[in-house]
Structures are given as C-alpha cells and as structure tokens.
Design a protein around this ligand. Sequence first.
Ligand code: ADP
Length: 446
Amino acid sequence: MSSVWIRSLWVVAGIGIAGLIAWPIAGPVWALILVCFTLVLLLARHVLNLDALAGWLRDPLTKPVPQAGGVWEPVLAGLYGFVRTRLRWERQLEDDLARFRNAGLALPDGVVLLDANSHIEWCNPIASEYLGLDESRDLGQPLVNLVRHPDLAAYLAQGEYAEPLTLRLARTGGRVLSLAIISYGEEQKLLLASDITLAEKVETMRRDFVANVSHELKSPLTVVAGFLETLTDGDVKLDEERRLGYLQMMREHTRRMQRLVEDLLTLSALEGSQGLNDETLVDVSALLAGVRDEALALSAGRHRVELDIQDPVALLANAQELRSAFGNLAANAVHYTPAGGEIRLAWGRRGAQAVFSVRDTGPGIEPRHVPRLTERFYRVDHSRSRETGGTGLGLAIVKHVLTRHQAELEIDSEPGRGSCFSATFPARRVKSVADTTTVPQAGNTT
Ligand code: ADP
C-alpha cells in the first residue's frame, strides 16, 4: 500500500476517533458537526494545495515546488525529486552542448551543420569566414542561397559525398576550399570546409615547374637529335667543315642541358636540406677575389671588372653556397652587360650588417619585372638569356642561398642606367676577419 493511502487512512481514522470521543461527551449532533467541520477544513486545505500546485505547474522550472504536509508530502517530495533530476540533466546537457560548441569553435576548419534540406543549423566562425556567412543572420537559410556556386548546388543535390568538392570562391578573395560532407542523424549533414589555397598554389607551381623543365630540355634535345640524325644518315654527304659545325652546336646544346641539370640539382639540394650545414667563418674578401677572377675569365676582356673591399669583414656562412650565390650575381652582370661596360663587386659594412653588391652598367630592368626575377625560369629577355647560356634558375638559387643565411636580396635597377644586386647579411653573421679559420678555395660557381 502506498504512503498516500496509509496517510489518508490515518487522517480518516483520526476524524472518526475524534467523532466517537465527542459523541458521549457532546451528543451525536455535535459529534457530527465536529466531523463535518474537520472534513470541510481538510477539503479547504486540499483545494489550497491544489491551487498552489496548479500555480507551480504553469512555471515548474523556475518556481520552487510548493510545500505541504500530510498526504501531499510524498506527492510533492516526488515532484521535487523529479524537478531536481530534470534540472541536473538540463545542466549536464548544457555543459555537453557548450563543450561541443567550444570544440567546433576551436577547430582549424570550417564546420556547418545542415538539416535535411541543407538549411544552416549552426556554423563556426571559420566557416563564416571561409564561406562568407553571418551566423547571426544566416541560420535557417539554405546554404546554396548564400554560397552561390553551381558546383556546390550540384554537389549537395546529388547526395553522394565520397569525394570532397574543391571550390574557388571569388567573394572571399579567390580562396580555394575543399568541402567534405558527412551525413549523420536523420538526413542531417556536417559540412567541413578546409582552406587549400596554399596546397593548390604549390600544386600549380609543381605543374608549372615540370612543364618548364620539360620545355627547357625539349629545345636542345630536339636540336641534338636532329643533328645526330643528319650525321648518322648514310645518304647525307657532309663536308668536314659542316660536320664539325654540327658537332660544335651539339656540344653547345649538350652543355646547356648539363647546366640546366646542374642548376636543378643545386636548387633541389638547397630545398631539400633543412637549415645551413657546414657553417664556417668565411673570409669573404678572399672568396670574392676568386669570384672576380672568374668574372674576368667569363668576360674575356670585354668588361672592366673591379673588386672594392670597403671593410674585409668575415661572415659566418656556408662557403660553397655563398660562392655559388655571389658567382651567379657576378656572372649575370657579365652576361647582361654589353662589351665595354663596367662591373663593380663591393663588400663592406652597413651599420652592424654586411653587404655584398654587384653593380653593372648594363641595360637595366623595368620595374614590373623586378619582383619576379627570383622566380624559377623567369626571364626578362628570353633570347638574350638563351644567347648567354642562362638557365633561368640563377637568381632563384641566389634567393634560396640568401634566405638560408637570413640575408635580404635587393635589386635596384632602371632601364638604361644599369643594375645593382645587393645581399645584406644580418649582424649576427658578421665577424671580424681575425677570427677566420677557413678561406674557401676558388671553384665553380653554382
Ligand atoms: P638566367 O639564367 O636567364 O640569367 P637568372 O635567374 O640568373 O636567369 O636571371 C633571371 C633574369 O633576370 C635574366 O634572364 C635576365 O633577364 C635578368 N637579369 C639578371 N641579372 C641581370 C642583370 N645584371 N642585368 C639585366 N638583367 C638581368
């Protein structure tokens, strides 16, 4: 029997006993009046409790459960327990939701929750940024109305999300996104957006690079193959002079391919190694004497080449890489400066830093080309570069070497007024020449 029944029976028994006691004392009429009066009081108390309960039920989560004794006690205690459990659940649910929301906010990728009709239910700030959404305004809106791209509409409509979708969005500055959709619940979707702009750029660069290398190798290879065919064709009779001429051209084109492969290997070695190896204290003045001698040999008397050591400071550097970079800059000055011109190599301090510069009286470079000169295979004048046997990789190698030494390349050039390429090395690499232990030997540039 429940406690409500037991308590009710106790109350009824109490009233009955009170009536029975009153009967012999006050007579049956007064005993009946006493019983009726007690019952009315009891009824009034129940009505009051019911009213309090009805009032509480209108707002059960914020108002406290009404209190009453007697038969109401177990009922109200049960309700109180129920409300407490419910509030505990709600708090737990709120905490879980906040945790998931915070996890969504902390994700490095964009997250959008979509309902069965691809309407936005929630999105994190990264998704807002990537897709140009406004969380306060766009919730409940169809995603395709806000991100207007035919590919996205087709992707969402087809319902097959095994492969991610790559999207280039003009409205967010040409950002390239990879969108992946994961279905969950009742046809709901989780859209993950990651920014692959950089990866796409690298992939494009890789494709361009392969295309450029193939193109660079194709022309000399075609020439060599053509001459070989002529030379080995028994039907073609060649006099000795022409035969030697052909062989000479084949040698030139083979040299060009060799230079290209050598430069490619240098670039790949520079890119492949993390940080600088074999750092020593380099006597730059001695190293530059070798570079000047090579420039003179390359010029073959067509230019005046001067070396100006303003301060013979030493450099904490990789001697071989330094030689390759300085040699490339000097060789470019010789290649692009017409005969009779002047080339000046200088080394000295600028404040606490050290600067190497190559100034020439060549044709100069138009400003629009300057920012692109260190790109691989970028040439201002293709035919001139080919004539000089250039690979189009020299300045890319220079840039790499200088970056590895935390040095800056500066190009100061104006058409008709010559060029000055300078490399500025940070103070922490600049040392007194007295400390020098390694004097690099003259060797090949690049
Ligand atoms: P290349 O092998 O063609 O010389 P580089 O990377 O060394 O390749 O140079 C890129 C381009 O920069 C060259 O093709 C040339 O057009 C230009 N350039 C480099 N140095 C000079 C210079 N001293 N004077 C004029 N143009 C130069």
